[in-house]
Ligand binder design. Structure first.
Ligand code: SAM
Ligand code: DTB
Ligand code: SF4
Length: 326
């Protein structure tokens, strides 16, 4: 069984991936039950605090200025606006609030407002997460001291496939920021996207990179590409649902203690597919009818789905203990 010291390789990951589907799901569910309450999932809420006009060229993203995006660039929103959205999210049951900015990296002049947002959201009793692009040493310390719980920075795909998707920064730049965040003592949230034209080996290599980080990320978002108009990936072929579920299961087995988040793309998934993803070990979702700019299932339909499955939202304070599962 995997533990924190396991060093994963493409081969060991592929051995899992190639198991008969029922065996893979059974193993994933067994690992899941050893570490989490199987009938609870974490609900996070996203807010775009700075939208559009981004200098990076990520081929999947509607917010890149290079993608002929329809989105007009906005400035960083007011702190009070972010806090009032956080309050609403908390009152609707979210326990984690994730603020995202369409930046290559934050500027020094933005830091006071970002720090005030983290402090304000924490004061509401929620976990905080930010995703702002690359961070330098000073910025990680400022965010850590403000009490930031998680920093999201996705590696997105394998090192090999990465240059096909993004050319304005390298895979190593992403890893540098992740290491800086980890060393400062902020928990890492890092995952990627399926459906950009990558192969199965790229998906597995992405998981291997994540699982072999000095400490596996506390949360691992797995996004299904939401093709965006006027981006190079607007016409990308959809991901096979069984392949997608297999990746969730492998992620669960490789990163036993991490929250595996079924992230973007749920609005295109059937309820049955989402239920299979939960069985495979996904235990976190974004709630609310918009992600950053793209659509997400309506709150009512999510609540109906969770009720049908007998799944409860996780309480604030994070981790459910194994005891809670028994
Ligand atoms: N600008 C920051 C950055 O890229 O690090 C933060 C925001 S960015 C939108 C966060 C992540 O959302 C990306 O790394 C990518 O994995 C995911 N994402 C963006 N657009 C997506 C899309 N169309 N479909 C699926 N996932 C997407
Ligand atoms: C992540 O992995 N997915 C979220 C969050 N981290 C920031 C973002 C999904 C964005 C989907 C496209 C959009 O809303 O523009
Ligand atoms: Fe910018 Fe982030 Fe979109 Fe890339 S994913 S273009 S960095 S907002």
């Amino acid at each position: 069984m995997a533990d924190a010291k396991t060093v994963w390789t493409r081969e060991t990951a592929k051995n899992l991936y190639d198991l008969p589907f029922m065996d893979l799901l059974y193993r994933a569910q067994t690992v899941h039950r050893a570490h989490f309450d199987p009938n609870r999932i974490q609900m996070s809420r996203l807010l775009s605090i700075k939208t559009g006009g981004c200098a990076e060229d990520c081929a999947y993203c509607s917010q890149s200025a290079r993608n002929g995006s329809q989105l007009s660039a906005s400035k960083l929103i007011e702190v009070e606006r972010a806090l009032s959205q956080a309050r609403k999210a908390r009152d609707a049951g979210a326990t984690r609030f994730c603020m995202g900015a369409a930046w290559r990296e934050p500027k020094a002049r933005d830091m006071d407002a970002l720090v005030a947002m983290v402090e304000g959201v924490k004061a509401l009793g929620m976990e905080t997460c930010m995703t702002l692009g690359m961070l330098d040493d000073t910025q990680v310390v400022q965010l850590r001291d403000a009490g930031l719980d998680y920093y999201n920075h996705n590696i997105d795909t394998s090192e090999r496939f990465y240059p096909e998707v993004i050319t304005t920064r390298g895979f190593a730049d992403r890893i540098d920021t992740l290491n800086r965040v980890h060393e400062a003592g902020i928990k890492v949230c890092s995952g990627g996207i399926l459906g950009m034209g990558e192969g199965i080996d790229d998906r597995l290599d992405m998981l291997v990179t994540l699982a072999n980080l000095p400490s596996p990320p506390g949360s691992v978002p797995i996004n299904m590409l939401m093709p965006q108009q006027d981006t190079p990936l607007a016409d990308a072929a959809p991901v096979d649902p069984i392949d997608f579920i297999r990746i969730i299961a492998v992620a669960r087995i490789m990163m036993t203690q991490s929250y595996v988040r079924l992230s973007a793309g749920r609005s295109e998934m059937s309820t049955e597919m989402q239920a299979m993803c939960f069985f495979a070990g996904a235990n976190s979702i974004f709630v609310g009818d918009t992600l950053l700019t793209a659509e997400n299932p309506e709150e009512n339909s999510d609540m109906a789905l969770l009720a049908k499955l007998g799944i409860q939202p996780e309480e604030a304070e994070g981790h459910s203990s194994v005891q809670a599962a028994q």
